[in-house]
Write a protein that binds this ligand. Structure first.
Ligand code: ZN
Length: 138
């Protein structure tokens, strides 16, 4: 099970045990314990651990925002690595032109998966400043 926590269901003025937080977010208890290990603060060191809704909501929102990784102009999103990557060796293939857009391909430097990106052709020159763009068939 790899569900996204239901952050909106956490009430900021309530305190939660690990079990309650698991229930309200729809996640496993082990997942909640991992959040605590990763830095979600408990109210004190006593057992059972209690987390304020305010802290839980803040922690999970910050974490979600940090995981949204926008690609810079010369980067492609690798679906296997799940992060933006610069093309291996700076090599980009211009696979096809569709109207005013170009479909680009590049290899992920970490896992060699083919990454795809569609850009408008007027942004191609910006990519060409950092990458070696090969125009296939032209
Ligand atoms: Zn990759």
């Amino acid at each position: 099970m790899n569900r996204r926590p239901a952050i909106g269901r956490i009430k900021i003025h309530q305190t939660y045990t690990v079990e309650e937080l698991a229930l309200v977010t729809g996640c496993h208890k082990g997942t909640v314990r991992r959040w605590i290990a990763e830095g979600m603060r408990t109210i004190d060191d006593r057992r059972p651990s209690l987390v304020s809704g305010f802290e839980a909501k803040g922690f999970l929102s910050r974490r979600r925002a940090a995981r949204k990784r926008p690609c810079a102009i010369g980067e492609f999103y690798c679906f296997r690595c799940r992060e933006p990557r610069k093309p291996a060796d700076g090599m980009v293939d211009c696979a096809s032109v569709v109207g005013t857009s170009v479909n680009l391909q590049a290899l992920c430097p970490a896992c060699a998966t083919v990454m795809h990106k569609r850009v408008s052709s007027d942004r191609l020159s910006a990519i060409e400043r950092t990458c070696d763009v090969r125009r296939l068939g032209t």
